[in-house]
Design a protein around this ligand. Sequence first.
Ligand SMILES: [Fe+2]
Length: 471
Amino acid sequence: MSLPAPTRRLAALLALLAVRAPAFAHDGHDHHPPKPVPEPEAHRPSALPDRIIRTFAADPARSIAVTWRTDDGVSKAVAQIAPADAGPGFAARAKTLDARTVPLKSDLGNAHYHSVVFGDLVPSMIYAYRVGDGVNWSEWVHARTASDKAEPFSFIYFGDAQNDVKSLWSRVIRGAYSDAPKAAFIVHAGDLINRANRDAEWGDWFRAGGWLNAMVPSLATPGNHEYERPVVNTAPTGTPVEKGTPATLKAEVSRHWRPQFALPEHGPAGLEETVYYVDYQGTRVVSLNSNERQEEQVPWLEKVLTDNPNRWTVLTFHHPIYSAAGERDNPKLRDLWQPIFDRYKVDLVLQGHDHTYARSGLRAYDNVATGINRRDDGGGTVYVVSVSGPKMYENKRMPWMVRSAEDTQLYQIITIDGDTLKYEARTAVGDLYDGFDLKKREGKPNELVERVPDTPERHRAPAAPAVGASR
Ligand SMILES: [Fe+2]
């Protein structure tokens, strides 16, 4: 049967297209090579709240702080809160608060960051909150206020996440949360990301934690990778030029830091939200900023530790005063800060930066005449250096280290219950790697009870090449 001419022509055209269409093979599938989704698209804000994160900005027993991001079309953001209830009707009893909105121009474009501090809350109560613009809302998120008394609690601590945060750090934060789902908060000891002002890296950091960031409060201290020398676009040609001369140029904390974390603002002027403390159920947690103006933090720290009614004191900052790598030792900061830690009997110091694991016994400045080269358990503070992300350095295995590791992603769960602080370091796959108890004794230094598991230390073979050698 012969087809009419127009139909024959159409059939011939379709046959030609079928032959010339290289994207489709015989199996009918598209064989174009995959292309990366451009960063502005992958991390673009919208009217829907994202990067929702709970922090402490004031008394954890009576307030809840939350920050989130939208596109810059959302100029009036709001948040609602109600005591949570088993029935869904709690939402009808919610109070609405206006958020504080700040614009942020990142390397990928404009966004608005919004924050609220819900106040006048009842201690030890589960609330539900949501954030949005009145039309586009987040889910209702449960958030428990702290007790206003010294009661048992656990928290999570992470050394540097920094690199491949979405692909390889996500398993650590999710594993830690699975192990300690009732954790009161998460301490991030700096270098959360690698390049201070890369929006895509912050986007990956928020995606790694996902919804648990909205539930479990974060306490973050900045690392050197949260600092960058400012670049401003003032040249007539549009060429970026730096402020000042390179010799006088000073690195500044990421411009994302303050808009995206609502942290206490009672630190020394200019160091707000990087130097602060929070009192949580009988423990004072202090963040120092080891990146800049270390001397100015001394009188502030002395005041905070003098006027401290809490039984326990935990400090966090990024650069370790006892380094796990010999050439990165930090005697200047040790000389400046450790005598204060000793005088006010700081119990535990949580640090990062060295991309390896090392944990001390009880160390006091007066007993450490040779610095890093001996172990002394006469009394003092326990120092920890840890890493949660995948970048790994060599560990020098110095005498002060009770337990150390290389090439191991770790998280810590720390539980404080009355006179006992229980510390556990776990690997990315959940195995117990290190442990100890600290016990308070009346009129005496803390007792350190070792609970190191009977497993070999994880160290490289002597000739193994370093992974990720750049700082
Ligand atoms: Fe660092």
